[in-house]
Design a protein around this ligand. Structure first.
Ligand code: SDX
Length: 392
């Protein structure tokens, strides 16, 4: 036992790989990053402190933090050629398609620091990606709405800089509420890493072949896009809008319980958590903070709160251990901030880049790291001989 945490050695020994970055106890709703509980990080640290922690293993000292922020700021711009790269996209392309393509293309712009056996070069790739993802994410949004790209302003904090690149226009100053900046920073932190989820496992598998780090992160973005994974926040808001009013909730809860109906309650359930997702608790509080600060009375929040109450008291959901997950509230906050639903997963990908690249860095630093080569259970035909057909 470590304090009130109980580490089950058997549990620790059953993983598919070794990692010191994140610990999840799904039965008890525990999430630690390098030993720190997620609720403490989300309320006491900012996102760049969490980035430093995930990448380097310990929280930064004041001087380390300042140097890290300065390094990030020196890499927030993107190559001019990236702007032309965007011009090839249709305006109605999904921002995740543009993000996936553009991040993958970074491997054609940056040829430095690609000796992945050198830890210092791996760290330089990591900081370059953390610095550029907000700029590229905001470019995806601006391109989709036909507005000019906005350059990063390095006197702004990381989260404020992102929101400025999203919402400012040449015609006028963009004023962003401090509560909104704090909420954005918390959302980044709450999505930063989550052990061996589908997209992180994708990045590790791609990285295990020695592939270019930018291409590995593009692979992670592609995997995150799925509605069962990172696309759930966008799908959750779409579901709440489709439900439309509290008196239609029972109809959708019944659908979710019907084994013959493929409908799932978006934002509920998790492969690992069989208890409340600790991130959802912080996200729920942040949701109320932002809506109160902005004076927004969003009927979708009423539907979400009612749906949460019903699900937490419903025999079926209790028996299946289905609780709200991190995606259940994030969509409502992002909508309140003025971010369109098709950008929700882009923000998840921006947040998760540090988790992906920290796992990539950790895996390559492990002695004897080998290419990932999962095996299978063969269920095909028994051996048989081939009869050629007459092709004349
Ligand atoms: C993320 O891995 C990670 O860490 C991911 C993530 C991260 O930070 O990287 O946490 C982010 O992806 C969170 C999850 C976001 N996805 C959603 O909110 C989409 C809706 N949720 C589901 O699709 C589902 O809950 C999964 C995919 C997340 C998990 O599905 P599983 O593996 O089937 O979950 P389970 O085994 O615990 O399900 C138990 C039962 C099953 O029924 P039975 O086979 O026992 O009859 O509950 C059912 C499931 O069919 N069930 C649901 C449900 N989720 C599971 N029924 C209705 N609504 C749901 N949301």
């Amino acid at each position: 036992k470590y304090g009130h945490f109980t580490f089950d050695p058997g549990f620790l020994a059953t993983g598919s790989c070794e990692s010191a970055i994140t610990f999840i106890d799904g039965a008890n709703g525990v999430l630690l990053h390098r030993g720190y509980p997620i609720d403490e990080l989300a309320t006491k640290a900012d996102y760049l402190e969490v980035c430093y922690l995930l990448l380097h293993g310990n929280a930064p000292s004041e001087s380390e933090y300042k140097e890290f922020v300065d390094t990030i700021n020196r890499h927030t711009m993107v190559h001019e050629g990236i702007e032309f790269f965007f011009r090839g996209f249709r305006r109605d392309a999904h921002p995740m398609a543009m993000l996936c393509g553009t991040v993958g293309a970074l491997s054609s712009f940056y040829h430095r620091d690609l000796d992945i056996t050198d830890p210092a070069q791996r760290v330089r790739c990591a900081t370059r990606l953390v610095a550029k993802l907000p700029t590229i994410a905001a470019m995806c949004y601006k391109y989709s709405i036909g507005q000019k790209f906005v350059c990063p302003q390095n006197h702004l904090s990381y989260s404020e800089n992102f929101l400025n690149m999203m919402f400012s226009v040449p015609a006028e100053e963009c004023k962003i509420e401090p509560a909104v900046v704090r909420a954005m920073d918390k959302i980044f932190t709450l999505h930063a890493d989550h052990e061996q989820n589908a997209s992180t496992s994708t990045v590790r598998l791609a990285g295990s072949s020695g592939a270019n780090p930018y291409a590995c992160i593009a692979a992670g973005i592609a995997s995150l896009w799925g509605p069962a994974h990172g696309g759930a926040n966008e799908a959750c808001l779409t579901m709440l809008e489709e439900i439309g009013s509290v008196d239609r909730i029972d109809e959708y809860v019944a659908k979710a319980k019907d084994k013959n109906d493929p409908f799932r309650l978006m934002g509920f359930g998790h492969r690992v958590y069989k208890n409340f997702d600790p991130r959802a608790k912080v996200m729920r509080e942040t949701c109320h903070e932002v809506l109160d600060a902005l004076g927004i009375n969003d009927p979708l929040l009423d539907i979400a709160m009612r749906l949460e109450k019903i699900a937490l008291e419903d025999e079926y959901f209790i028996s299946k251990k289905l609780y709200p997950n991190v995606d259940f509230y994030s969509g409502i906050i992002l909508k309140a901030i003025g971010i369109p639903t098709n950008m929700f997963t882009v923000i998840f990908a921006l947040s998760r880049t540090i988790g992906w690249i920290s796992h990539w860095h950790e895996m390559l630093s492990q002695p004897g790291a080998k290419i990932g080569r999962p095996r299978q259970l063969y269920t095909g035909e028994l051996p048989r001989s081939f009869t050629p057909i007459n092709k004349d």
